[in-house]
Design a protein around this ligand. Structure first.
Ligand code: MN
Length: 184
């Protein structure tokens, strides 16, 4: 696949996404035990774990489905929504790429739909759970943790981000927008 090599995807899934699922389950179990025993001494730790690890799982699950497409430009409702929210597809792309490249340390560039404003918005997420806006529905995600690109791109995050646009599956993003618009 242009943009991302198979080894990166394999390591990314096995060593980063999958362990997050295990850790999220562990945090839920630990919190259930805390309620049972009425011992909340580690509640802060496990609440933080739950937010971080579950968010990692959710974002990665979307990221995989966003990729494997032919890039280019979207059409239909998604194209209209992008133009309406950001001025044009080119402006949207420049904005999302810049936000992704500029994430401090590890995180995600996020295109999301907000049901309250009924608009698309771009967010710059740190780690997996910080700097979000409550209620936003992620539609297209750019993983900028180094594990997402370091094998092929080393420190060239901007190059990775730009190449990622060549393999976006816009049908998947469009479908997510339709679902999000239907969401309460
Ligand atoms: Mn990742």
């Amino acid at each position: 696949m242009p943009g991302i090599d198979a080894r990166t995807v394999e390591l990314h899934y096995k060593l980063h996404h999958k362990p997050a699922v295990v850790a999220a389950n562990k945090a839920e179990e630990a919190l259930a035990k805390a309620r049972e025993s009425n011992d909340f001494s580690l509640v802060k730790f496990y609440e933080k774990e739950l937010a971080f690890q579950l968010s990692s799982h959710l974002l990665h699950s979307i990221y995989w489905t966003n990729l494997g497409g032919k890039g280019g430009e979207p059409t239909g409702n998604l194209a209209r929504a992008l133009a309406s929210s950001f001025g044009s597809f080119a402006k949207f792309k420049a904005h999302l790429a810049a936000a992704s490249v500029a994430v401090e340390a590890s995180g995600w560039g996020v295109l999301g739909y907000h049901p309250v404003t009924q608009k698309l918005m771009i967010l710059q997420c740190e780690n997996h759970q910080k700097l979000t806006a409550w209620g936003v529905q992620p539609l297209l995600l750019v993983d900028v943790f180094e594990h997402a690109y370091y094998l092929r791109y080393q420190n060239r995050r901007a190059e990775y981000v730009n190449k990622l646009f060549d393999i976006v599956n816009w049908d998947n993003v469009a479908q997510r927008l339709e679902l999000a618009r239907g969401a309460p």
